[in-house]
Write a protein that binds this ligand. Structure first.
Ligand code: GLN
Length: 285
């Protein structure tokens, strides 16, 4: 006999307890996906016995989560800035911290919004940044660049999922190398690999499941950003913004590099996330 929804959730929460205070939420999301029912339905039917196939699917999901696999990979989907994105193991799981990059870009692009700005999302991965910005600013057009063809396929599907096919041009590339001279942007956003190689093995989950090429920033975590900073000054309109996500341990070194790449810029700012960790380096071109 299969358990009730309430009993299955209780058992799953206990098993996932090792994965922090999110165990309750994770168990509930996995049961919603396994049963095809939403949270409200499951609450109203907490005492009903689960369907056998749904229960088996749920048990499989919980076992994967118990091994540390992120819910986004198990479900093939993740929320970011209020929208849903397809996620596969070819791309990083979008982090809430990256929503700060969106907030900042929206503030910085406000002036340019009237003239139809163009942004470039470097290391686009799932496309979450480019797609979100295009959804938020209807006058915006974007380029999305990534080294990984598999990631670009996911990004392209996400653009179509949000009906943005015509407004985002995805291309394969390493940082801004190979981009036509004279291609200018009002904003360049980047979430490039920034974890120092030696820290990768101790890095908190879910990185063990994520593509290393999207995380490994070389000995000091800044290899990819060095390549970006070589080209970025040539691709920003005067007064345009370069916004780069960094790790708490790398942001100030990145700000120094950015200052050297843009010697005439009066604006090199470091922004913090809600946990007050240094997170974003912003430079005005
Ligand atoms: N935010 C990721 C982490 O620290 C790293 C992402 C990246 O390297 N761009 O878990």
């Amino acid at each position: 006999m299969e358990p009730t929804a309430a009993a299955a959730l209780r058992e799953a929460r206990a098993r996932l307890g090792g994965h922090g205070r999110d165990a309750r939420l994770d168990a509930s999301r996995l049961l919603e996906a396994a049963s095809g029912r939403d949270r409200a339905w499951l609450l109203a039917h907490a005492g009903d016995t689960l369907d056998r196939h749904d229960f088996e699917r749920f048990t499989g999901y919980v076992a994967r989560r118990e091994r540390g696999e992120p819910v986004a990979y198990i479900l093939g989907e993740c929320g970011f800035y209020g929208r849903s994105f397809e996620i596969t193991r070819d791309v990083l799981v979008p982090r809430p911290e990256s929503e700060h990059l969106i907030e900042l870009a929206l503030r910085r692009l406000r002036e340019a919004a009237a003239r139809g700005p163009r942004v470039c999302d470097v290391g686009t991965g799932s496309g979450a940044l480019a797609v979100t910005l295009c959804c938020e600013l209807p006058s915006l057009e974007a380029d999305g660049i990534d080294l990984s063809p598999a990631a670009l396929a996911v990004a392209d599907r996400n653009a179509r999922r949000h009906a943005l096919g015509a407004r985002i041009a995805f291309r394969i590339g390493d940082a801004l190398n190979g981009l036509a001279a004279g291609r200018l942007f009002d904003g360049i956003l980047a979430n490039l690999p920034y974890v120092p190689t030696a820290e990768l093995q101790d890095h908190p989950d879910p990185t063990a499941f994520e593509p290393r090429v999207a995380l490994d920033g070389g000995p000091d975590g800044l290899d990819a950003y060095r390549r970006l900073l070589e080209r970025a000054p040539h691709h920003l309109v005067p007064g345009g913004w370069l916004l780069m996500e960094a790790g708490p341990g790398t942001a100030s070194a990145l700000a120094d590099l950015a200052g050297r790449a843009f010697p005439a810029s009066a604006f090199v700012e470091i922004h913090r996330d809600y946990a007050a960790r240094e997170r974003i380096v912003a430079v005005r071109g």
